[in-house]
Structures are given as C-alpha cells and as structure tokens.
Design a protein around this ligand. Structure first.
Ligand SMILES: *Cc1c(COP(=O)(O)O)cnc(C)c1O
Ligand code: SF4
Length: 388
C-alpha cells in the first residue's frame, strides 16, 4: 500500500522487495550488508520496479555523470507502479538529466574557486566546509556536488587531510568546522575518530558539525558504538537530509533518537524538489515528523543550478508560499529557513515572505500570518553601545 504524502506514521522499510530472499534480521540490520547489496544496475531495478522509458533511458545515459546506487532500506520506499513516486524521483535517474540548459553549472555554488586547500571550502568568515570523502550510501540525482561524488564524473575530489588540518590550525578565525562530502558517516568509526580527534586538538575550533544523509539512507550505520564515539567530541551537531515524510521510517526514527540520546543536536536540511516536496501539505507532514524524531528543520534549499536538474527544480515563488504556509500556522521550531545558495559562490541568502509592509523613522507596518496589519512605533533614541 503506498503511503500518502501526509501520513505521519513511522513504518518499517523491511523487508519489502527482499521479502522472498530470506535475509536474516542480522544481515538486514547490518550496514555492511546494506552497502554490499545496494541496487546499482538496470536489471536489479527492473526486477522490482515498472520503469518508464524516461527512467530506463536515464539509467543507461547517466552512468558516466553520477553513479546510481540505492540502499535496500531506501529502495523499499519506492512505489513500484507510480512513476511520480517522490522517493523514485530522488534516486532513479531520468533522461531529463542529460538535457542541459545554459544557466546550469557543474559547480553551481562556486566551491572549487573558494578552496584554499583541496577539499576545504572557506567562504564564510568563521567557518569551513571540509569535504572528507566523495562517496555516499545512495546518490541523489540533484546533488550539488555531483561533479565530484560517486567517482564516475569528470572531476575527482582531491583529499589532502594534512593540508586541510594545517590550514585550520593556521586560521584562528575558524571556530566552526562542517564535515561533509560525500557522506562522512560512510567512513569507518576509526577514521572518523581520527579526524575528530585532530580537529578537537585545535583550540579555536569550538563547534563541529557533520552533514550526512546516512541516518536516512542507511540508518543501520547509526550503531551504539558510532554514537558513543561521536559523544566524545561535543559540542558536535549533525545535519541530516530528508526531503519527504515517507523517508522517516521507524528505523530512521530509532537512529535519530539514538544520536539525540547521545547528546547530538539534530537539524535537517531539505531541498525543495518539484514533484517530491513542493507543496505545503507535504512539507508540513515532513517537518512534523522531523520534530517527532527530535530533529529540527534547519534549511530548506532552493535546488542549485546543477546540470540536468531542471525537471527537479521548483519555483522560488513556491518555496516562499511553503514558508508562508508554515510560519505562524505551526510550531516555530518546525519552520526551516528557506535559502538560495547564490549561483557562482555568493553563499546562502535567506528567502522570506514579506511581513514588513512599510518602514520609516516613526513606525513599521507589519502583517501577521493571517494577513492582519499592525503598526509598531520605531524607537527614537539610539541605545548605548553594548559590550560583550
Ligand atoms: C552551508 C555552508 C556552510 C555552513 O553554513 P551555515 O549557515 O553556518 O549552516 C559553511 N560553508 C559553506 C561553504 C557552506 O556552503
Ligand atoms: S547524500 Fe548529499 S552528497 Fe551524497 S549524493 Fe546526496 S546530496 Fe549529494
């Protein structure tokens, strides 16, 4: 039975399409089994899913652009008979990926030009993005880093860990390090621990974050051992990436709860995707389920201008409409900040509905979520300078 987009139940993704294969519970729950048994070929997909011509052609044509791989856990969320299935649109290539338009780019956020050291992006004054691997558990067709992830594209991610650590050490203004990739949680516990230990040895690094879609694609990886290791490096936060309420299965919920129980604050970064989550209804169900998983919606990204992504990009107007439909109507913690990562390397720019109708020396005219108008007097005196 396909789950409706607004269904807020947490159901298990097992055993699904693997039901007739007698997979032991231990195997299914093992992340190494899940990785080894990822769906990567047209033949495997067609065994379970009734593909459209656009998908079949996409799978054949995109093989040298961004690899296809889907963990059995995530694959089980795909509706076999609905080509518009929101899970399917995220991970099964379509022929539209080969159609390029002139505004699209291989590196839409201009990361390559902001790398003082290969793999380290320093765009904001006090924080860096540290790319530690080029592999993921499954591949998102709209990935902003598809030029380097999965190992089949033209470009390769050069990893220079020692140079990156030295750069951070030599730049005391860096107080926040965000590990990303690829997916950092694909590294072994030992490798990850080495990276975190080195970062924690740098006095000015106050805050460490990991950006990972593994809690969603491969919740089996969130083992008690991993959580115990991560808990040694607090304050350590994790940003996960879920786009549709269906992705929040009972296994995902358990993994997120385990991280939260080990003191890891959780945020979610989702991408606004046409036919996946471009409605207030789907977004509301997603953010409510996230809160039930102790994960606070952090960013909603406008889809970057990555090559071959036109069929997945929703309008900015739609994004603003979604925020307007959430703000005030539901829990403030449930409302993400909608942003556009400015093309070419301008960084994240917040996009908000306009609640400020007039602003002069005497007053501001504002409207609330019900479109009622209010006037608030502008303060007359400048306040004394505050020292921190
Ligand atoms: C998104 C991003 C960050 C982190 O930004 P926050 O707004 O602090 O979450 C840091 N560096 C780069 C290059 C980024 O793209
Ligand atoms: S998990 Fe992240 S890095 Fe990996 S393919 Fe998806 S969007 Fe790209």
């Amino acid at each position: 039975m396909p789950i409706s987009s607004t269904d807020k139940s947490f159901s298990s993704a097992a055993p699904g399409y693997w039901a007739d294969q007698n997979i032991s519970e231990a195997d299914w729950n093992s992340h190494t089994w899940q990785l080894k048994n990822r769906v990567t070929t047209l033949e495997e997909i067609e065994r379970h899913i009734n593909l459209t011509d656009e998908e079949r052609e996409g799978i054949i044509l995109t093989g040298s652009k961004l690899a296809m791989a889907v963990t059995p856990h995530f694959f089980n969320l795909i509706d076999a008979n609905d080509p518009n299935c929101p899970i399917r649109r995220q991970v099964i290539p379509r022929v539209e990926e080969t159609q390029l338009s002139k505004e699209e780019m291989a590196d839409p956020c201009g990361e390559d030009s902001h790398m003082p050291v290969p793999g380290l992006v320093h765009r904001y004054p006090d924080r860096v993005l540290f790319l530690v691997t080029d592999r993921c558990a499954s591949y998102c067709r709209y990935c902003t880093r598809s030029r380097v992830v999965s190992g089949v594209g033209d470009q390769h991610l050069e990893l220079q860990f020692e140079m990156a650590f030295r750069y951070i050490e030599e730049h005391p203004e860096i107080r926040d390090v965000l590990l990303s990739g690829g997916d950092p949680l694909l590294l072994s516990d030992a490798k990850l621990e080495k990276i975190l230990t080195r970062l924690r040895s740098i006095k000015h690094v106050e805050f460490i974050r990991i950006g990972s879609r593994i809690p969603i694609f491969l919740p089996q990886r969130i083992t008690p051992q991993l959580c115990e290791m991560l808990a040694k490096f607090h304050p350590l936060w994790i940003s996960v990436h879920a786009n549709h309420p269906k992705e929040l299965t009972s296994e995902v919920k358990a993994g997120l709860e385990r991280l939260a129980n080990h003191g890891v604050p959780l945020g979610n970064q989702s991408v606004l995707l046409a036919g996946v989550n471009d409605s207030v209804e789907v977004q509301r169900a997603l953010v409510h389920k996230l809160l039930m998983c102790r994960t606070r919606p952090y960013y909603l990204y406008q889809c970057d201008l990555i090559k071959g992504s036109a069929h997945l990009r929703a309008s900015v107007e739609k994004g603003i409409e979604i925020i307007e439909g959430l703000r005030g109507h539901t829990t403030g913690y449930a409302v993400p900040q909608y942003v556009i990562d400015a093309p070419g390397g301008g960084g994240k720019v917040p996009m908000n509905p306009n609640y400020l109708l007039e602003h002069d020396n005497d007053h501001v005219l504002i409207r609330n979520f019900e479109n009622k108008r209010f006037s608030y007097p502008e303060a007359k005196q400048s306040s004394p300078k505050v020292e921190c």
